[in-house]
Design a protein around this ligand. Structure first.
Ligand code: MSP
Length: 504
């Protein structure tokens, strides 16, 4: 079976509230997945939920619910969230599914048989809130613990450990030899800097059942469950294995994650895979974090962006457009409501929306909706821009791709202003020139419909409906000249209605 393009996102903590950060990551992965499909690749896009661990156990207890029932309720909420974002994911993993648990147990058995795990004693400072042991380096200068750690107590515990040191040098060499393994570059340098400067401690991969029952049992020691991160990372592999598609899916092409979880993905996960004799993902693609109005989003201060409220108010494609256009994959971003409204007004309503609407309205009005003879005045610009867009999509430069697409929107809007078809229409001697202009505009609208497939799927479909053409699914269709002469288009309908706020 031939290899499919396999892209994953981080799996979200089931007990968190879906917010802008989660929505952003899933939309970025969706645009990449749709781009690859439109480039003719066979794609598998996986997202899902991380459902075990201390926090889930505590939250379920606080609500007087069984953890599994608690997770089931929340999971259905997250699944509707994925639908609201228009995600084209091919599966949705939940770490409480049997298919996942079976693979985790099998992999642990393998590591155990190979002596990659051992039982050891650990004494240390434990943060209950962060579910992690702390070291003296984590203390404030005055010796206290930051309140983000909650209650910190000394704990002595026997646990299972995974040997990390065996593969540290190998990982350094792998990252050096594969420059795109961690992207962007500054994240790769961060990982290399870390790996070169410390000796990796062995990774504690269990929790005693007496302290935490809500986890996948360690198959060879019934007093323990799995550490939630070991369990969670395996999701990328458990789905392909459980579906019997390991050979066509593994290794993953892209693990898309946020900058806070890079160590788990670029250090622990590769070493786990190496120990299991499995190949490494081709790329860990690391995105930045969103703030709102220059400050960290936080439920307590009410400084949050609720993607569902934005989508209800402005439409899904407006949301998808803004997050991809505003922020490249890598740096941190800042959401402002005014920034959103201004991009909506300038780029969607007055830019794309106005171009499509006035082009198709003039074709209706002046030519009864019938496409005139082919003419190639905008062909060179459209072809160059389409190629540029496709190149950006091949390298996952989504923001740059949108910038290219909008250079075509702007070029065509400028063309309308320069050629002034509304004036040409008044002069019968200019009938031929008007035909030429209308063909160029109609064909540019069609090409924009093609280029927008990965980003704004509903808008792309609407452009094709208004052109009365079968929706395109392939970026190949962006070649100039496919709009057939003599074809009759449908009625134009505004794509992005102007909003009162922008009219003021
Ligand atoms: N469950 C772990 C991931 C396990 S992956 C094997 C987790 N979950 S999370 O819900 O806290 O975060 C999920 C993803 O959302 C992470 O990639 C994280 O970086 C991302 N984001 C969370 N808040 C974010 C922003 N404010 N901005 C952008 N992305 C952010 O970590």
């Amino acid at each position: 079976m031939s290899k499919r393009f396999y892209i994953t996102t981080a799996i979200d903590y089931v007990n968190g509230q879906p917010h802008l950060g989660h929505a952003y990551e899933k939309v970025v992965a969706d645009v990449i997945a749709r781009s690859r499909r439109a480039l003719g690749e066979d794609v598998f896009y996986l997202t899902g939920l991380d459902e075990h661990g201390q926090k889930v156990q505590q939250a379920a207890q606080a609500e007087g619910k069984e953890p599994q029932n608690y997770c089931d309720e929340l999971a259905s909420h997250w699944q509707s969230f994925a639908i609201r974002l228009g995600l084209s994911n091919d599966d949705f993993v939940r770490t409480t599914q049997e298919r996942h648990k079976t693979v985790v147990a099998a992999l642990l058995n393998k590591l155990h048989a190979q002596d990659d795990v051992y039982k050891g004693t650990y004494r240390g400072w434990y943060s209950w809130r962060q579910e992690t042991f702390l070291t003296d380096k984590d203390r404030n200068p005055d010796g206290t613990w930051d309140p983000i750690y909650g209650e910190v107590k000394e704990l002595v515990e026997e646990n299972w450990y995974f040997r990390m040191g065996r593969h540290q040098q190998w990982l350094i060499e792998h990252i050096e030899a594969n420059p795109s393994f961690v992207s962007p570059d500054y994240r790769r340098n961060e990982v290399l800097g870390f790996l070169r400067s410390v000796t990796l401690d062995d990774l504690c991969i269990s929790r005693p059942k007496s302290r935490l029952a809500w986890g996948i049992p360690i198959p060879f020691d019934s007093d323990y469950v799995n550490y939630v991160w070991f369990d969670a990372l395996v999701n990328y592999l458990s789905v392909p294995i459980a579906r019997g598609e390991e050979t066509s899916l593994w290794p993953a092409d892209v693990h898309l994650i946020g900058k806070d979880i890079i160590k788990f993905h670029a250090v622990y996960w590769p070493i786990m895979l190496k120990a299991m004799s499995l190949s490494l993902p081709k790329q860990i693609l690391v995105h930045g974090w969103w703030q709102k109005d220059g400050a960290k989003m936080s439920k307590t201060t009410g400084n949050v962006v609720d993607p569902v409220a934005i989508i209800d108010d402005w439409g899904l494609d407006a949301f998808r457009y803004y997050v991809i256009r505003e922020l490249a994959i890598g740096p941190d971003g800042n959401w402002t409501d005014t920034g959103f409204a201004s991009r909506y007004g300038a780029e969607l309503a007055n830019g794309l929306g106005n171009l499509i609407n006035r082009s198709l309205s003039m074709l209706q009005r002046y030519r009864a909706g019938i496409v005139p003879a082919r003419h190639d005045e905008l062909a060179a610009d459209a072809t160059r821009i389409a190629n540029e867009t496709i190149d950006h999509l091949r390298t996952n430069e989504l923001q740059a791709a949108l910038q290219s697409i909008w250079s075509l929107v702007n070029r065509a809007n400028q063309y309308v202003d320069q050629t002034a078809p509304f004036k040409l229409a008044k002069d019968p001697a200019q009938a031929m020139r008007l035909d030429e202009v209308l063909y160029n505009l109609g064909e540019t609208c069609r090409i924009l419909g093609v280029l927008l497939i990965p980003f704004l799927p509903a808008t792309s479909a609407k452009i094709f409906a208004q052109l009365n053409l079968t929706p395109s699914l392939r970026l190949d269709d962006a070649q100039w000249g496919a709009l057939p002469t003599g074809h009759t288009i449908s009625a134009p309908i505004p794509l992005f209605p102007r909003r009162d706020a922008e009219k003021k």
